[in-house]
Write a protein that binds this ligand. Structure first.
Ligand SMILES: [Zn+2]
Length: 468
């Protein structure tokens, strides 16, 4: 018996969790937190449909919270197996899970202080202790090496160029004619993106679970440096500060790298950059430690002697320093988390900066439905936070070339060399996006595609071999 169940990221972009069951073995691929709409976030609080004790192992594709952020809760509820990840993913996960636990604790404490939660007392989904217990279960595996999450399954990672350490994972079982292979794309990165290598092509497989965040949307065909340069110059002319939402790792480092290139090339003046995130200093260390994994060669006019450094960045190390950022006058850049403005210190900056028309709020990635980031993207006149409505007078600018996700044609380029699988499941996209890609792959390549529903399961030995 081989079965795949979609416990998250089905017709939505968060909560990635795919359960693979083969001959009694149970492996969960990704263990993400649901974010955004309340009906999605409530799923984080429902008991996991499969007993966590009965899961043999977790295999993580990369460290973004929508792929790992449920792990402390799974461990709290009884999961005791190993968690496989690349070394860089493990390092980032340590940072991000502790950050996430801290945010959960802060939000619960704030709600209790202000009394605006319906729950008395408001409790965190998990705490720092749960995150630490989850981190002790990690086992590092390198890309391109087979590992064994649970017999009879063997697995192997390949680079997807989406985040430091990010991977797709192929999982295989059986021998000869009964051998089957399923590939989980994780999040597919961009071609020619600063800092990251191009995604490797997917290995031939019987089944593919493919992300479809931008299944029906293109990124504009613009040079990322030109676009960013333009946004910074406009922000300077407005006279305020530029506020950018990002997790402590990932886009923050990419943005700092690009700003540094623009300053070195004299295209923008030397303006202060503040990275205000409790974990940012450690995030910088991780990026320095894994410097050999960066690709600094593409898409940029980088001189051969370019050094990846963060010397021009001011990192806040405590609440007092963070509060001092409130006094910062323009021009300048503030980078703060969380990425979709669902929590974290960015909220305090938004509350202060949104009502002033001189400021610029930069949206640099996918904003899930129901997040404050999406509301800003859609031009909301006010944003609700800390129990009140804050007016939006600042300029809101999208820099979509900063997205870490493959756009529509990049997904097609990534899929181009793949021989037809028996079946392809489109996940990690909003319904219209996943459906559009499913229909296109069916129409143009004759693939058997499905956009699964939440908690839908499929038997993996029922499908006939496609004609190749
Ligand atoms: Zn991701």
């Amino acid at each position: 018996m081989a079965r795949l169940t979609f416990h998250g990221a089905a017709q939505t972009v968060t909560g990635s969790k795919y359960l693979v069951e083969v001959d009694g073995a149970r492996v969960l691929v990704d263990c993400g937190l649901f974010q955004g709409l309340k009906e999605l976030r409530l799923r984080n609080w429902a008991p996991f449909p499969v007993s966590p004790q009965s899961i043999d192992a977790v295999v993580l594709t990369h460290a973004h919270i929508d792929h790992i952020g449920y792990l402390p809760r799974l461990v709290r509820d009884g999961f005791r197996g190993p968690v496989f990840a690349t070394p860089a993913t493990e390092s980032l996960a340590e940072l991000l899970l502790l950050d996430s636990a801290h945010n959960q604790e802060e939000e619960a404490a704030y709600a209790n202080r202000k009394g605006y939660s319906k729950h008395k007392p408001a409790l965190p989904l998990y705490d720092t202790g749960d995150a630490k217990r989850a981190l002790r279960r990690f086992r590092s595996v390198h890309r391109d090496e087979w590992f064994h999450p649970a017999a009879p399954l063997r697995a192997r990672y390949h680079d997807t160029g989406h985040l430091l350490g990010s991977c797709m994972v192929e999982i295989e079982w059986g021998q000869g004619d009964s051998q089957r292979r399923i590939v989980f794309s994780g999040d597919v990165g961009r071609y020619g993106a600063p800092l990251y290598h191009d995604p490797q092509p997917p290995p031939a497989c019987d089944y593919l679970v493919c992300e479809s965040t931008y299944g029906n949307r293109e990124h504009p065909d613009v040079d990322i440096l030109d676009q960013l340069c333009d946004v910074v110059q406009k922000s300077i002319r407005r006279g305020g500060v530029m506020l950018m939402a990002s997790f402590a790792v990932g886009r923050a480092q990419q943005l700092i790298y690009l700003l540094q290139v623009l300053m070195d090339d004299g295209r923008i003046p030397n303006i202060p950059i503040v990275l205000d995130s409790p974990m940012a200093a450690s995030g910088m260390e991780i990026y320095r430690y894994y410097a050999s994994e960066h690709d600094l060669s593409e898409g940029l006019t980088v001189r051969p002697d370019f050094q990846f450094s963060f010397d021009r960045v001011r990192i806040t190390r405590n609440v007092a320093e963070s509060k001092a950022v409130n006094k910062m006058m323009g021009p300048g850049v503030i980078i703060s988390s969380s990425g979709m403005m669902t929590g974290g210190r960015i909220l305090h900056h938004l509350r202060q900066r949104l009502p002033d028309e001189r400021n610029t709020i930069v949206l640099g990635g996918f904003m899930a439905a129901g997040t404050r980031g999406r509301a800003l993207q859609e031009g909301a006149p006010t944003i609700r936070m800390f129990g009140s409505d804050v007016p939006v007078r600042a300029a809101v600018v999208e820099v979509s070339s900063l997205s870490a996700h493959a756009g529509h044609s990049e997904l097609l380029r990534w899929l181009a060399p793949l021989p037809p699988p028996r079946r392809v499941f489109l996940t990690h996209g909003e319904l219209s996006s996943s459906m559009a890609l499913a229909e296109e792959l069916h129409r143009t390549r004759g693939w058997d595609t499905l956009v699964p529903e939440h908690r839908q399961f499929v038997d993996l030995d029922a499908d006939p071999e496609p004609e190749r």
